[in-house]
Design a protein around this ligand. Structure first.
Ligand SMILES: Nc1ncnc2c1ncn2[C@@H]1O[C@H](COP(=O)(O)OP(=O)(O)O)[C@@H](O)[C@H]1O
Ligand SMILES: [Mg+2]
Length: 314
């Protein structure tokens, strides 16, 4: 029996989400016949894995350690096979400006942006930079940490006066913030899974939250967001959204599974926001919804990626 160790929890603001994802994935893998344990990150973890090495690790941690490649570097150093993108791909995806630049190089559209480190503010004077940023990007502007998640530290700025406070909120999470042009339209999340025939985009999930922004509250409060899977968009937009998610999976060098967040703009074309290497897997998460919309089960998708990881290790 293949022994799978699901890694969930961790010390990050999305700890609870990760734990719920872990429970769900563990159930799905047990149903597929795997022997599964669920582990959290703590001082005993590596010793435990050394004593009783699992055949495959399924990392479901969010936040920097979980998504920026560092944890996967450690798992790789221990010689353990794992599900998901390698460290290099995680690093490109987790840093939003780097991911946006990579996608632009690959010919994809992403909202105009600039990334501002805290130090530039101190050295060059905040006021002039902010005035120039508003002139370039227009209003509203979305301010978010360059490396973060769950919309924590994210603010939609509607007037120039709101920008300083929004930047301070972003700097609380990360030394560099991303200022991005606001795009109004239909928000979609498109999941990609690797198959023997190559990467496959699953049906897009459309999200409609009361506030129009898929923020922390909208994500984790029951009933605050409506989901439509498959999305209620034109055939052409759905095709372009699938192409964008596949382009992101490839341009960022990802593996096994990924989820790309995007907005279908006024021209009915998708613009890239970001790609997640450790998508949430809770009952209400976006990737499980797209798996269901594709007529697949979480058990079959997860056992496929576990088997891919086993094969890679041979
Ligand atoms: N440029 C933008 N225009 C409009 N809405 C945005 C924009 N950027 C982010 N959002 C909203 O904020 C949410 C979170 O942003 P995202 O870039 O996906 O970061 P993360 O999910 O890592 O916090 C999105 O799901 C979307 O609702
Ligand atoms: Mg997102």
């Amino acid at each position: 029996m293949t022994h799978v160790s699901v890694l969930a929890g961790g010390l990050c603001p999305e700890r609870d989400v990760s734990i719920r994802s872990g429970r769900r994935v563990a159930e799905a893998l047990r149903a597929a016949g795997y022997s599964v344990d669920v582990r959290d990150t703590d001082a005993d973890l590596l010793a435990l894995w050394e004593q009783d090495p699992p055949d495959v690790v399924v990392p479901l941690l969010h936040g920097a350690v979980g998504e920026d490649g560092s944890l996967r570097d450690i798992i790789e150093t221990l010689g353990l096979p794992y599900v998901g993108a390698a460290p290099a791909g995680c690093r490109l995806a987790f840093d939003k400006p780097i991911a946006k630049a990579s996608l632009q190089q690959a010919g994809a559209a992403t909202p105009d942006w600039l990334a501002l480190p805290h130090s530039a503010f101190r050295e060059l004077g905040a006021q002039r930079i902010m005035t120039a940023a508003v002139a370039r990007l227009g209003l509203p502007i979305v301010v978010k940490p360059t490396r973060g998640g769950s919309a924590l530290g994210l603010t939609i700025v509607h007037s120039a006066e709101e920008l300083p406070a929004a930047m301070v909120a972003g700097f609380a999470y990360c030394p560099t913030v991303l200022l991005e042009a606001f795009v109004s339209g239909v928000e979609l999340a498109v999941s990609v899974i690797d198959t023997d025939e190559g990467p496959r985009a699953l049906p897009a999930v459309e999200l409609r939250s009361d506030s129009g922004i898929y923020d922390y509250q909208a994500r984790y409060t029951a009933g605050m967001t409506e989901f439509f899977a498959p999305a209620r968009v034109s055939h052409q937009a759905a095709g372009a959204a699938a192409d964008l998610a596949l382009a992101a999976h490839e341009a960022l060098g990802l593996r096994d599974l990924s989820r790309t967040d995007m907005i279908i703009d006024a021209d009915d074309s998708p613009v890239f926001l970001e790609t997640n290497v450790a998508p949430g897997m809770t009952e209400t998460s976006l990737m499980p919804q797209s798996i269901a919309a594709a007529g697949l089960s979480l058990s079959s998708v997860m056992s496929d990626v576990v088997e891919r990881a086993v094969r890679r290790s041979r």
